[in-house]
Write a protein that binds this ligand. Sequence first.
Ligand SMILES: CC/C=C\C/C=C\CCCC/C=C/C(=O)SCCNC(=O)CCNC(=O)[C@H](O)C(C)(C)COP(=O)(O)OP(=O)(O)OC[C@H]1O[C@@H](n2cnc3c(N)ncnc32)[C@H](O)[C@@H]1OP(=O)(O)O
Length: 794
Amino acid sequence: MSSPSPKSPEQSDKSKKYDRQLRLWGDHGQRLLENSKVCLINATALGTEILKSLVLPGIGSFTIVDGEKISEEDIGSNFFLENDSIGLSRAQVATQSLLELNPDVRGDYIDESPEHVMAHTQDFFNKFTVVIATALPEKRFSSDAKLVAVSVNDKSGVATLTLQRPPVNSLNLELLTDISSGLTEIEKAKCRGVILTSSAESVFSAGLDIFEVYKPNPERLNHFWKVLQDTWLKLYGFPYATVAVINGHAPAGGCLLALSCEYRIMSKNYTIGLNETQLGLVAPKWFIASMRNVIGQRQSELALTAGRLFKTDEALSLGLVDEVVDNKEEGISKAEQFLSRFRNIAPEVRGMTKQLVREDTIKDLMKTREQDLNTFVQYALNPKVQEYLEKYMQALKTKVLIPLSRHLWDAQVPLVVCRSIGFLGYIRLQVKEHTVIETHPDSENPDLRLDKPWPALKEHLDSINVATLDQKTRSHIPAIVILYYYLNKYKEFHDGNVPRTRAEKDVLRKMIRDSPIPDEHGVKVLEENFEEAIHYVNTCLNPQTIPSNVQTILDDDSCINLTQNSSPFWVMCAALRELVQSEGALPVSGSLPDMAADTNSYITLQQLYYKQAQLQAEAVFRRASQIARNLGLPQDIITESEVKLFCKHANELHLIRGCCIADEYERTSLDLTSYLEDPDSLMFYYITLRGLERFISEFNTYPGQFDDQVEPDVLKLKSIISKLLSEWNCSHALRDERVHEVCRYGGAELHSVSAILGGCAAHEVIKLITHQYKPLNNAFFYDAITSNSATFCL
Ligand SMILES: CC/C=C\C/C=C\CCCC/C=C/C(=O)SCCNC(=O)CCNC(=O)[C@H](O)C(C)(C)COP(=O)(O)OP(=O)(O)OC[C@H]1O[C@@H](n2cnc3c(N)ncnc32)[C@H](O)[C@@H]1OP(=O)(O)O
């Protein structure tokens, strides 16, 4: 769904419109901004405020991902939503309002939750320049690793197929496909038997993955069900002996997997059953048959119609499982014992017998496969079922921050996580690697190279004898010429050294100050250009060294060992490294400060600096293009204008390597002592926020969201926070009033706080996009009560 906006016809209009900001980040920064694609997850008040401050300066495009409908609470805080839009898609309405702010920006939206987008289009977020997420809950991550592990014990000939799709082995298309190919692999290896188990600590399998069925892509939905049928047919009719070691909960589809095996061994204190009716769903016929074949018609009917989930011991009495064990290891050992029962029976004979026993059930599905598929698809696409699934999914807590963080970290897309709650604001930047070409350093000393002038400059400066110039010419020569002349005089008397200390510089300053010829009254009048020369003694004679930030970059492995994945920045750095190695210094910046001088002499000098900078930038460009060619990178990845900018600011290159939010959330110890001992430290906000996020994950509401729950929520939040602190081995406690304060907010967003924070977050995003100005590293807290703010590197 996209709402394209026409581009403004007049380029000059655009320059006029953006005139103020062009002074800050230049054409180069504006170009990057106009080519950027920004994704916003959740159009909360904070989210739309951030986008507002990005749309106005003219980002290329934005996409809002938000599956929420507009609520009354939204209207109270979100400036971009209006009363008559209650119940409409928040993503759509926010997109339309934001697009009105700037006709040069394109915007679109996806009216789906980020969880849904992640589950269906893994790489969706990779295409963005930056992803901004507001009000996003955390989640244990699911990785791209193989979803099943197959291992074969060569001695016993027993294969183990372990389900390992975190967090709960919910059966999506990929997991089912992997189970099916795992079984094929085991069949080819002619194993004596298979043990089916799970790597999760307390779940065998949570059954079918709800995300496969919620707002599905019809083609994938069809495919999903066919693969489920195939996998069941393969497992149910598997020629070798099969045992399920059920080391955790096995509801619905999880129970079906276990029922398809010949023998079931279950760990204590979990639940198992075909509970579909409890979920408002009807179990397909072959699910029912799988159960009936194990516990009989009568018990199946009772269990299925009530949607019963049985505790392990109940399941044992019912015959739904065959043995109970204390843990998975014991289960595996019991499973091996079961399989060894068939040691003296010919595997083909055993297999054929099993297939005959199961033949009718298998044939039933084979005959009705197409019809079963159509029934499922129609049922799943029914709006009522979808409505029901939406509610069900909300009840199944949704946490998404951690997988998103991990995914974007790997894809090297910056992630900006923000939250605005009550009087508290928080911004956290995740960048794996961010490089900055600082075009606006805090203090820039002119790069004059008077201590080591290159030949053309030396020749020109040496050609002017300041002492013999007539008064008029003297008063118009550029300060640099004067400085160079007296510097050489100074060197003559100081063994060829340039002045370094303050006292030494005073000597040089005095030489310049004393240089004018006295007038008829014996007074030495110091011209403006001589004053300037004295001024430059302080700033322009420091030896040309390579700043440590730049040296670190030139010594970085990414600069030395380039690969096909190297960014243009690193290719340019490698070329720069070669120039530095051959010339012993960074390229000349090429710009000359304004100075009191006659036009001709100033321009001559300016040309010398400009030409040298051009020559050096061209050398770096040629080398960078060569490196890119050698690496097989596209030729247009390095442009001449970019190299010029890079060389001009070569002493202001910065590299930031950040840390991954998912790692931060999975860290088991955190040394907060020094912060917590400081009564003014805002670090307690971080702890409160982490507690808040865990609260949302556990209870699916904000603490204090419901008036009658404020006090119980305070207790729950306190207990969550003290658990968090003890997980981090932190002995401090959080003051009670801090917890009360957060519960008082009840999850409310205040427009004024969101507006301030939105501006700050947008500013950080602009830094990330333009690669100018160093971004925040890495967390920012804003306390709107005291108007204090703090940054922490977490
Ligand atoms: C789906 C079919 C619908 C309609 C089609 C029409 C009809 C024909 C089909 C009928 C046959 C259907 C068969 C099925 O299998 S339906 C699925 C039924 N399964 C469940 O209802 C299980 C629900 N899950 C649980 O009860 C618990 O998660 C479980 C397994 C006991 C584990 O508990 P716990 O360890 O506390 O873990 P969490 O609850 O915190 O869950 C962790 C994490 O996993 C997500 N999740 C859980 N179950 C599923 C699932 N089935 N699909 C997708 N995701 C699931 C949960 O949301 C949590 O996610 P988070 O983001 O919060 O980390």
